[in-house]
Design a protein around this ligand. Structure first.
Ligand code: ASP
Length: 458
């Protein structure tokens, strides 16, 4: 579906112009937030409106697009190869991301001798003693999640250090996440995974019913097309929404006055995680893309820039999902692959989050002077992979599921306070990497789609 760029009013040049507008609005928002932080903070209503408009369509869009992806295959047996390719891709890239996360922290050692003990005390002292209740409140206020959501993650963690949540418990919880007992509750709470599982099974069943369900399949396909059209409409106001989102959040950090100070204290950690994310986004993923599709990965990255900038601005891969899908299709990936791989990826494939969780836990161990041997690092890698799969595509969800990783290697969970202050900014970068990973996945899986439905990306 890539568009010729020869005419100045072609869809592609509109798309490029929009990317420049979005980029310009991010830069302008950061400048305004620095100069007039109090004023910038008033923009939060505009940002919230845009975010709500995006989130509003995520559930219906995921439902209809996954259904359409399955229906487009015509016969569910054709899903075997692309399905296996998607799952292998998700797993492989997440593990590679975790490995990069561990590698950069082992090499750069950002936690060794760089953090002032007073800072450790300041950030964690308040929560030591009654870690759980205070930690729940502090995480809820910093992530914007509800207290019950944070407590939901914490409920499986023991109070003392003696017991650990077994792997079996983590796997059991993950298995239960796949199926819901009430589709409407899941929809209301934006739990995408059970909705996707239902859509795949329901879509597969529809393909076996032929003309008896023609009306239903037409309705689903037309609803999906209308929702995608709505995404395009939303994109027209994206520069304004993104401007408001970025200005208010950066304004808040600037007005708080402590951000620069905090960043200088743990700047080395920040830089280390950022370089890990850069390695994954600019080397690992492009290499996989190139090996499989033989197309230029950086051109593909450029074509995705609208989605990546939106991911940076919203810090939510779920909210960005409609735009990631639009860009992925625009970049030449078939509709079926996009509809099948991107929504599922936005839910379970979070390379940036996995990389960050492994890196952050190892950093905390370094600050505490605790040596993590090879076995413990393998444990970090496994739990970080699972924690990233379990994280929702919402702002700073990874920070909360990271508690599982800390607990698995017996690190005190209250030390998460050390990285809290800069997490909102790191979150934006890792969310962009998460979305990029999904889009690359769609292009990779596209090569395994039955010939009649696939188109080549790039
Ligand atoms: N904000 C991330 C996302 O939506 C999740 C996280 O790492 O916190 O993809």
């Amino acid at each position: 579906m890539s568009q010729p760029a020869s005419h100045s009013d072609s869809p592609s040049s509109h798309s490029n112009a929009l990317t420049y507008w979005i980029f310009g609005s991010i830069v302008a928002a950061i400048v305004i937030a620095r100069l007039f932080p109090e004023f910038a903070m008033y923009m939060d209503v505009g940002g919230e409106l845009f975010l709500r408009a995006l989130r509003m369509i995520v559930v219906p869009l995921v439902f209809t697009s996954v259904l359409c992806g399955v229906l487009g295959l015509g016969d569910i047996r054709k899903l075997g190869k692309p399905g296996a390719a998607a799952i292998s891709y998700y797993l492989l890239t997440t593990i590679m991301a975790v490995a990069v996360g561990l590698l950069v922290v082992n090499v750069a050692k950002p936690g060794v001798g760089t953090v002032d003990p007073a800072v450790v005390q300041e950030h964690t002292g308040a929560t030591v003693g009654s870690p759980k209740s205070k930690l729940v409140k502090s995480l809820a206020s910093s992530t914007g999640m509800s207290v019950s959501e944070v407590a939901g993650v914490l409920k499986d963690l023991p109070e003392g250090e003696a017991e650990k949540p077994g792997m079996s418990k983590i796997f059991k919880n993950m298995a239960l996440m796949l199926v819901t007992d009430n589709l409407f509750v899941s929809a209301a709470e934006t739990q995408l995974l059970p909705i996707i599982v239902f859509a795949i099974v329901f879509g597969a069943m529809l393909t076996t019913m032929g003309s008896r369900v023609q009306l239903v399949t037409d309705f689903i396909e037309q609803t999906n097309a209308a929702l995608m059209q709505f995404v395009m409409l939303l994109m027209k106001i994206a520069p304004i929404g993104i401007f408001c989102l970025v200005a208010s959040r950066f304004g808040e950090a600037q007005a708080g006055g402590k951000f620069a100070e905090e960043l200088s204290q743990i700047g080395w950690y920040f830089g280390t995680v950022l370089s890990g994310l850069a390695i994954h986004a600019f080397l690992t993923l492009p290499l996989i893309f190139w090996v499989i599709t033989r197309k230029n990965p950086y051109l593909y990255l450029l074509r995705l820039s609208k989605a990546l900038l939106t991911a940076f601005s919203t810090a939510s891969s779920s909210a960005t999902l409609p735009i990631t899908m639009e860009c992925t299709e625009e970049a030449g990936v078939s509709k079926e692959s996009t509809e099948f791989v991107v929504p599922l990826g936005a839910t379970i494939n979070m390379d940036g989050t996995a990389l960050y969780e492994a890196a952050a836990v190892l950093f905390i161990a370094q600050v505490l002077g605790m040596e993590m041997d090879f076995t413990q690092q393998v444990l970090i890698a496994i739990t970080a992979t699972l924690a990233a799969i379990g994280a929702a595509g919402i702002p700073e969800a990874g920070l909360v599921t990271m508690l599982i990783v800390l607990n698995a290697v017996n690190l005190p969970i209250e030390y998460i306070g050390l990285i809290l202050s800069v997490d909102w900014l790191l979150d934006r970068f890792r969310t962009a990497v998460n979305c990029f990973g999904d889009a690359i996945g769609a292009a990779v899986v596209d090569t395994t789609m039955p010939k009649s439905t696939s188109a080549s990306p790039g």
